[in-house]
Write a protein that binds this ligand. Structure first.
Ligand code: ARG
Length: 488
């Protein structure tokens, strides 16, 4: 058996069971790119500081280049007895270039190394998720553009509530994934900071402040050089490596640098929230695809069948979006539980932080991709929706608003409209089927113009408040998003 890189004080090797149990190479090899990148920056800094020679640095850089090539061509031999990605690469480098490789770990511990790799990996992962998220938004907006003017029942408590434009609902989904552009908005805010637009823009910022973008910015600080926990007596330059790796600055406190997993908790929280959004979307579409609702028909390309029931066509992708949200939530809970009992600084438990993150990212990317595809592959059954619209007195609140316009206090208006609904229930008809005499028998304030407010088509025209479902408001929201998503 090969001696461990840390084996100086040991007389015996570990048992096979311990080796199998403690290895992380089976999953952390995913960090190889970031590990090599970190080592390049570290070696260059060591040479700049006179801690290694320029020729040692060059051999290290050449060796790392070759290792990266081998990994990418599947020629690299990952060894469980070398524990993790860091030691696999360092040991392979030593096999390859000899003495200079032994200087690479100067003023570095795996504790700061793994976190440097992990922060870099998460940073890249966020960039990937942001692209997929934008793709989903574009798909939702495309679906909205294909269905201009379509009115659907809006629900609360899953009971019919008020009419809404389908576009309005689809834009609500788009808003949920509003996670970028924060910097632009902050700049705008600064520009207008002294003007009347201030309050309005503050609200805009709160809505737009992207969780992921925000988390990425807070994550982007460099642990490298914190070493095991205490820093080092050697004259390293942490600012140099931080800058070379594209971090904002080195982390201020070396103990914090190797202890902290807040950046992962925040990242996994953002993913869990996204997963919950997508799960709700999935639930809604699964419901709408049912015979009972019949609002949408997913195309064959996004449906699957039954092995026994020949007639079946199921919306499985969205059911799995709903189902896989459980994993993403679970990944967050795993990390929270992992961290809660740990003393500062590094503890080996923390090796368990990677798999939930890898799982969360992989799952969320799949969920985003399939939801975007599903959105482009559903058609709304206009006739069925149209037929369903008269049921449920969706115009009752508009009727109450009509009475408010006539000077009736809202509570009284609510009561009168409620009594009108009760009369409809008795007669088994719609509000617009009630005659003026019948309405006046409830309250004499009704006039002929009440019929401009009744019926779903009329009712929807009455919405004018900012952010409401009225056609003009929705058109301006569409316009906003088309510009933001560069669709025009
Ligand atoms: N594989 C380890 C991890 O992922 C690297 C750090 C190990 N450090 C140590 N002192 N054993 O956490």
């Amino acid at each position: 058996k090969e001696a461990k890189l840390w084996g100086g004080r040991f007389k015996e090797g570990v048992t096979d069971a311990v080796e199998r149990f403690t290895e992380s190479i089976s999953f952390d090899k995913q960090l190889y790119k970031q590990d090599i990148k970190g080592s390049r920056a570290h070696a260059s800094m060591l040479a700049h500081q006179g801690l290694i020679s320029a020729s040692d640095r060059d051999s290290i850089l050449e060796g790392l280049e070759e290792i990266e090539r081998r990994i990418e061509n599947g020629e690299f031999n990952w060894r469980a007895d070398r524990e993790d990605v860091h030691m696999n690469i360092e040991a392979a480098l030593t096999d390859m270039i000899g003495e200079p490789a032994k200087k690479l770990h100067t003023a570095r511990s795996r504790n700061d190394q793994v976190l440097t790799d992990f922060r870099l990996w998460c940073r890249d992962a966020i960039d990937g998720i942001l692209v997929s998220m934008k793709q989903l938004q574009v798909s939702l907006l495309t679906l909205a553009l294909r269905n201009e003017g379509l009115i659907v029942p809006g629900y609360t408590h899953l009971q019919r509530a008020q009419p809404v434009l389908l576009q309005h609902l689809l834009l609500a989904y788009v808003e949920e994934h509003c996670v970028y552009d924060v910097f632009i908005v902050v700049i705008i805010l600064k520009m207008y900071v002294l003007s009347d637009l201030f309050t309005h823009l503050i609200k805009e910022v709160i809505r737009i402040l992207g969780r992921l973008v925000d988390c990425r910015a807070r994550m982007n600080f460099c642990p490298l050089g914190a070493c095991a926990l205490a820093g080092t007596g050697l004259p390293i330059d942490r600012f140099m490596t931080s800058e070379a790796l594209g971090f904002t600055a080195p982390l201020r406190n070396s103990i914090d640098a190797v202890s902290d997993r807040d950046f992962v908790l925040e990242f996994l929280s953002a993913n869990a929230i996204t997963a919950v959004h997508l799960s709700r979307l999935g639930e809604e579409w699964v419901l709408w695809a049912s015979e009972e609702f019949g609002f949408i028909t997913p195309s064959d390309s996004v449906s699957t069948g039954s092995s026994i029931m020949p007639q079946k066509k199921n919306p499985d992708p969205m059911e799995l979006v709903r189902g896989k949200s459980a994993r993403v939530i679970g990944d967050l809970v795993t990390l929270l539980t992992l961290c809660k009992g740990l003393p500062h600084a590094y503890n080996r438990d923390l090796q368990e932080d990677k798999e939930p993150v890898f799982d969360s990212v992989k799952t969320i990317l799949g969920m985003l991709e399939v939801s975007a595809e599903f959105a482009l592959n559903i058609s709304f059954n206009r006739e069925r929706i149209q037929k369903a619209l008269p049921a449920g007195h969706l115009d009752a609140t508009t009727l109450a608003d009509y009475l408010v316009n006539k000077g009736v206090p809202f509570r009284t208006s609510h009561d009168i409209a409620g009594k009108s609904v009760a009369l409809c229930t008795l007669k088994n008809c719609q509000l617009l089927d009630l005659s003026l005499d019948e309405l006046r028998s409830i309250n004499p304030v009704f006039e002929e113009d009440v019929y401009d407010f009744l019926g779903v088509e009329n009712a929807i025209q009455k919405f004018v408040s900012y952010g409401s479902t009225g056609s003009a408001c929705v058109a301006s929201q569409i316009d906003y998003w088309m510009k933001k998503l560069e669709m025009k």
